[in-house]
Design a protein around this ligand. Structure first.
Ligand code: ZN
Length: 285
């Protein structure tokens, strides 16, 4: 059984018309377990339900935004049944073979990210420190990204034999040539480089991150809410007409072929201990 280090992996705070939602697992670099992801889903739902809230900022407590999916903390809860908020695939823990991870990740990773991308209120990711792998997914589902100068982005999962994270937006977030380098080499992309590529809207000093994200949220709050919702839909539809959704479905299947291959060849869907120690060392920085 997982041992959770906190009952509040997500913090929710209202400041005026803005809902501030924070990852709160700083001792594990805000890595994402099921507990955190369902708490995040509840926080987003709370912000949507509150008529006073006109914009949402997603940020992280501690040194990092998010180091990705939890693959090694005592709170790793990958074997607990998923709640099927997004899908009706049922309890993945009753399944075996490739179905187990496939169903869990359809719900918890791909499904929830798509749900959050469609939140009717504008969302801003305020990113500092590490934004790695699964961390990228949660920045990418937001409408705008503000990064502090110390922020960096990377998707190193190809080193585990996995062709990118579950929400494969890489070739839409940056030029496909750059995205290839990003994934193949797995290097850290600085906030400045991400800004130059258009993946990030603003780069500010670390001390100015909250004030900048908050100021943008307050400007968004002055817009007609339904108009903003429609604008979000228009962008989502435009991206999907450019093939985003279909590309993501195709890459999700490749992702799970890779998980199954890793399981057959190493006994672990993420390629054994090498991947774990790699993730641990990233978190210790
Ligand atoms: Zn996966």
């Amino acid at each position: 059984m997982p041992v959770y280090e906190t009952d509040e992996p997500i913090l929710y705070e209202r400041r005026g018309t803005t809902a501030w939602i924070a990852f709160n697992r700083p001792s594990f670099a805000n890595s994402q377990n099921g507990q955190l992801l369902y708490a995040l889903d509840a926080a987003f739902a709370r912000a949507v339900d509150d008529a006073e809230v006109r914009a949402i900022v997603l940020h992280g407590k501690g040194k990092h935004f998010s180091s990705g999916h939890d693959i090694g903390s005592p709170g790793r809860d990958a074997d607990l049944p998923v709640k099927a908020r997004k899908s009706l695939w049922g309890d993945h823990s009753q399944l075996d073979g490739a179905a187990k991870a496939y169903v869990r990740e359809q719900e918890l990773y791909l499904g929830l990210c798509r749900r959050w991308r469609e939140i009717p209120k504008p969302t801003i990711a305020a990113v500092h420190g590490a934004c790695i792998a699964g961390g990228l997914m949660l920045a990418w589902v937001c409408d705008l990204i503000v990064a502090s100068r110390d922020a960096y982005f990377s998707d190193p999962v190809l080193r585990m034999g996995i062709p990118g994270v579950e929400y494969f937006a890489h070739a839409f977030e940056m030029h496909p040539r750059v995205a290839r380098e990003f994934l193949f080499l797995g290097d850290r992309m600085t906030a400045q480089r991400a800004y130059e590529l258009g993946m990030v809207n603003r780069v500010v000093e670390r001390d100015d991150l909250e004030s900048e994200a908050g100021a943008i949220a307050e400007r968004l709050a002055t817009l007609p809410p339904f108009g903003v919702t429609l604008a979000k839909q228009v962008f989502n539809q435009a991206e999907d007409l450019m093939g985003k959704r279909a590309a993501m479905d195709a890459s999700f299947h490749a992702h799970h072929l890779a998980h199954a291959h890793a399981q057959l060849t190493t006994g672990s869907t993420i390629g054994g201990q090498d991947a774990r120690s790699m993730a641990d060392s990233a978190r210790k920085e």
